[in-house]
Design a protein around this ligand. Sequence first.
Ligand SMILES: C[S@@+](CC[C@H](N)C(=O)[O-])C[C@H]1O[C@@H](n2cnc3c(N)ncnc32)[C@H](O)[C@@H]1O
Length: 222
Amino acid sequence: MPEFKGEQATHYNERITRLVPGYELLHGLTAAQLKVLFPDEATILIVGAGTGKEVIELAKLNSNWSFIAQDISADMLAIADQSFTNMGLSHRVKIQCGELTSLTERADCALCLLVLHFLEDNGEKKTLLNQINSALKPNAPLFLVDLMKPETQFEREAQLVFCRTLGLTEIGQTRMRHNLEHEFYPLDRMRLSELLDECGFNVPHPFFKALGFTGVSCNKRT
Ligand SMILES: C[S@@+](CC[C@H](N)C(=O)[O-])C[C@H]1O[C@@H](n2cnc3c(N)ncnc32)[C@H](O)[C@@H]1O
């Protein structure tokens, strides 16, 4: 897994839009669904909050929402923290650096965007999904966006071709091709549904698909 430290963290914001087709759209679509679901106050848990994109997008939509921004990378969270301060959002955000274990409150909703695909399906994915489940109130929704296994033989290559149109250089494309093979642990749809079920979530409903990048929502089973 990339470490999201040092230079990887400082250049994250400019790089990610060249690596994930539909990055802005997937965040925008997630935010729109939350706006419909939570017209009043809500505590939103952001798992793998990175440099703060989710909080920054969501905070604009409803001033009554508060956030728990969790990540295992201190460098990514330091950038997020600085942005929250600059934007006057710090009083609405609790930052948690490290594993998602010691939360005292239960969240109304969780987002886990572009995180789970970095964990191996050897118990690591399951541990994180179980931790998310424990951190949620009964019936609360989880929004998950992940790189999935390709559904056709040409899908991954097409994704890399499209990244060039997003501004990825040829060297970047070669590096990404290597990383997609070696740093990601994508699931197929069946296995994702099975894992979510094992971790106490209901059937996932798709809401986003940009070649390999797939978004689903599901609810904690009561
Ligand atoms: C590609 S970034 C996504 C950041 C943000 N969600 C976004 O959409 O821009 C992946 C993030 O997941 C974090 N991460 C990886 N494994 C994690 C884990 N087990 N728990 C929490 N965060 C994790 C990384 O440190 C990194 O900040």
